[in-house]
Each structure stands twice: as C-alpha cells, then as structure tokens.
Ligand binder design. Structure first.
Ligand SMILES: Cc1cc2nc3c(=O)[nH]c(=O)nc-3n(C[C@H](O)[C@H](O)[C@H](O)COP(=O)(O)O)c2cc1C
Length: 409
C-alpha cells in the first residue's frame, strides 16, 4: 500500500479526515470546577487544530459526575451547560480539523481518594502490588445500573452531537468499565452479561447500538479497544478480532486498537505477561493481524513519534495513526513533518525501579506539557519527572478535595 500520511481518508459514514494523523485521547484534568472545558482547554485544542492533525479525539469525557477517572475531568450529562462544548468544538474545527469526543465510564478504576461510584461486572479489585490500596473493591452491577450506564453513554453522545462535535469514541480499552466487561479476569458473571465472549461483549454492543440509534448518520461512531490486555488469562488478540468483527456488523466508523490497563500498562509500552511490544508503534503487529480479517477501518495508537514509523503504520494496512504523548510535547508535529519528515517527535519515558511510579511520572510529565500549552507557554522538553510527579500529586490532591466538597462525597 502506498497511501501517504497526508492524503485524506473517508470514513464509512462519508466523513472526510483531511490526513491520517490523529491526536489520540489524553485526559488533561483541566476542567473548571463545574467539570466544563474553559479557556485553558480551548487554547490547548486550538494548538492541536493549528498544528495540522486531521482529527482530534478529546481526553475522556465522563458520562457520570459520580464516576470519575480523576479529578478535574470533563463531564457531559443531561443537564450540563452546552455552551463551553459548542465553543470547544468550533475552535477545534478550525483548519479543517475534525473533533470527536471520547466518552468513558471508569468502572473499578476510580481512585479511592476520589470516591463516588465504584462499579464493575464483578467484585474483583485491582491488583497493583504494593499500590493496590489506591483502589477499592468494586460493587458488581445490577440490571438497573447496567441500564443506567447504557443510557448515560447515549445521552453524552447525543449531546456531543448537539454541541457540534463530529463524532464520539466509546472507550472500551485500558481497563475501564467496558473493558472490564470484556475481560474474563474482571467479568465473572454468569448471567447474559458474562461468560462467553458474546456475553462479555454485550454491554459494549448495546452501548454502540443505543448511541447509533440516538445520533445521525453523519455523526461518526468509533470504539477504542484493546488488541489484548497483556495479562495471563485476559482479553486476547483472538477475542479482539471477534469483537472488531461484531462492531463491524454494527457499521461503526473506526476501531482504535491499543492495549493494557492500570494493572498492565501496555499503552506505555510495558506488559504484565512478559510479551514484548515493539519499541515504537507498540500494537502494530497485533493490529495488522486483526486488520487483515476485518472490514472496519482501523487506527492504532502507541509509541509513534517518528514520521517513518507513522508511515509504516499506514503502509501496514492501518487507516489512521494515533499519537498522544508526541503531540503533547510537539503539538504542531504534523505541520513540521510536512516541511521536514526527519524531525523527531518526543515521548517522555521514565524508567524507575518502581514501575507504577514510573508510569505515574510519565503521565505527569505529559500532563504538565498540556497545562503549559493551555496557558500559552511552550512545552518543556527537559522537564524533571520527579518534579512533574510531585506537582501532579499536589494538584490532584487539591482538585480531589474540591470535587469531594462540591459533591458531598
Ligand atoms: C496524560 C495521558 C492521558 C491519557 N488519557 C487517555 C484518555 O483519556 N483516554 C484514552 O483512551 N487514552 C488515554 N491515554 C492513552 C493515549 O491515548 C495513548 O493510547 C497512549 O498514550 C499511547 O500513545 P502514545 O505513545 O502516542 O502516547 C492517555 C495518555 C497520556 C500520556
């Protein structure tokens, strides 16, 4: 295949993405006290639109303010003021850029300090070794809670369309609620929502069907899915291929393939089952295998910071290529590559002995750059991981306090 990074791609629903480079979802923790995007987020998204990506996928937006992946998260519910979202969509659409909202429910991946609802298919707590106390044991969901989640995904998607977004991406990767239903390690149910792969995929498929029914055909619907959990006995590549086929039957517009969870952060290039990921384009091998046998367009995200690697992803049969960290450090990397394809993007890698702390420090470094861009400053490519981690923890503690007080948790 010879299609280039800078050619347009038309999705099954007719939506045209001007090039193949996508800003993948990054939770910024930069919402205001009412969980709404304001000036800082708008400036950040405008920088990405001006920087030349074809599509921006927002950081995950929560469908329930009482179930948050972290403090300072954006929430879009039935009664939320839509104006800040309308403004964000409009700004992001400058330079012929498309913007999709990623929508998510954390399930059991809620920090104990945050509190709120901690739901999951079964009562399996996170195993983070000596850091396990950061999370509580979740409550197995009853039918009413399952129905509520389907309805909330639908409402958020519908309102995203009302606000002028071009699509939604339903987050079913990285160990969040929909991924918890997919994985036999976290889904021990014996009813219609657990057991066989068909049953474990039911919630995701019901969410997709409901969202599709509530939105117009021109509004893109995508799913972020793990190519594998990279844990022994977890959701594997064969499962992923089957689920992509099921999603294809629902005529969705794109599947983004990633991998891992809080327990096994493969999206940061590390696995828990000793399988080795490529040093760059971590999931390309898995995604290429899946793409061979399915018709739905595929994007893969993880470890891309060089033009040659992005091109390799497209040449290997992917339709779009996602980048997160590299665009936090260099938001105009696509424009730069159009001038000079040898320019290197950056991805911070922290390699401390404590892998959990390394992961947190890497995230903190990236988030620090998102805050800098949002405040009109340039990213700091040589920031200290220790300092970034401390600042991030202090900031998170303040925002958590604010959240708990506001919602009386
Ligand atoms: C600070 C930060 C926040 C992230 N937040 C999200 C998120 O909200 N939703 C999501 O699907 N992935 C999230 N990710 C994962 C990225 O989308 C991506 O899958 C991962 O970083 C690997 O891509 P990269 O190597 O290009 O960074 C986040 C990553 C980082 C670094």
């Amino acid at each position: 295949m010879t299609s280039s990074i800078f050619t347009a791609f038309t999705l099954p629903n007719g939506q045209v993405i001007k090039n193949r480079l996508v800003k993948a979802a990054m939770e910024e923790n930069l919402a205001n006290v009412e969980h709404l995007p304001d000036t800082v987020l708008k400036r950040l998204y405008k920088a990405w639109a001006d920087g030349g990506v074809g599509l921006i996928i927002t950081g995950n937006v929560m469908i329930d303010h009482l179930a948050m992946t972290g403090p300072g998260g954006v929430v879009l519910e039935q009664d939320t003021d839509l104006k800040p979202f309308i403004d964000l969509a409009q700004l992001s659409q400058s330079n012929d850029t498309k913007i999709w909202m990623q929508i998510n429910h954390p399930g059991r991946q809620v920090f104990k300090k945050m509190g709120g609802k901690v739901l999951s298919p079964s009562d399996v707590a996170l195993d983070m070794g000596k850091h396990s106390a950061m999370f509580s044991t979740p409550k197995p969901m009853d039918q009413t809670e399952i129905d509520d989640v389907i309805q909330r995904f639908t409402i958020t998607a519908n309102r995203a369309e009302e606000a002028g977004f071009d699509g939604v991406e339903i987050h079913a990767a990285h160990g969040y609620l929909l991924a918890q239903f997919l994985s036999p390690l976290t889904n021990k149910r014996q009813d219609q929502w657990g057991g066989s792969l068909e049953n474990r995929a039911r919630l995701l498929l019901e969410v997709v069907k409901s969202v599709k029914a509530a939105c117009s055909d021109s509004f893109a619907i995508a799913v972020k899915l793990n190519s594998a959990d990279f844990q022994r006995g977890g959701f594997d590549i064969e499962d992923a291929e089957q689920v992509v086929k099921m999603l294809g039957e629902l005529n969705i517009d794109l599947v983004e393939l990633s991998g891992g969870s809080y327990e096994a952060p493969a999206m940061q290039g590390r696995t828990a089952d000793n399988r080795t990921l490529a040093r760059e384009a971590y999931f390309l091998e898995f995604a290429s295998k899946i793409a061979e046998n399915v018709s739905v367009p595929i994007m893969t995200t993880g470890g891309v910071r060089r033009y040659d690697v992005a091109k390799q992803v497209i040449d290997n049969g992917m339709h779009l290529v996602g980048m997160a960290s590299a665009l936090a450090l260099t938001p105009d990397l696509p424009n730069k590559w159009q001038q000079d394809s040898t320019i290197l993007g950056h991805i911070p890698i922290v390699d401390w002995k404590d892998k959990t702390l390394s992961g947190l420090a890497t995230m903190a470094l990236v988030k620090q750059q998102l805050r800098r861009i949002g405040s009109g400053k340039s990213p700091n490519l040589s920031a200290s991981p220790v300092w970034a981690l401390i600042t991030d923890q202090v900031r998170a503690a303040k925002l958590t306090k604010r959240y708990k007080k506001q919602h009386k948790i």
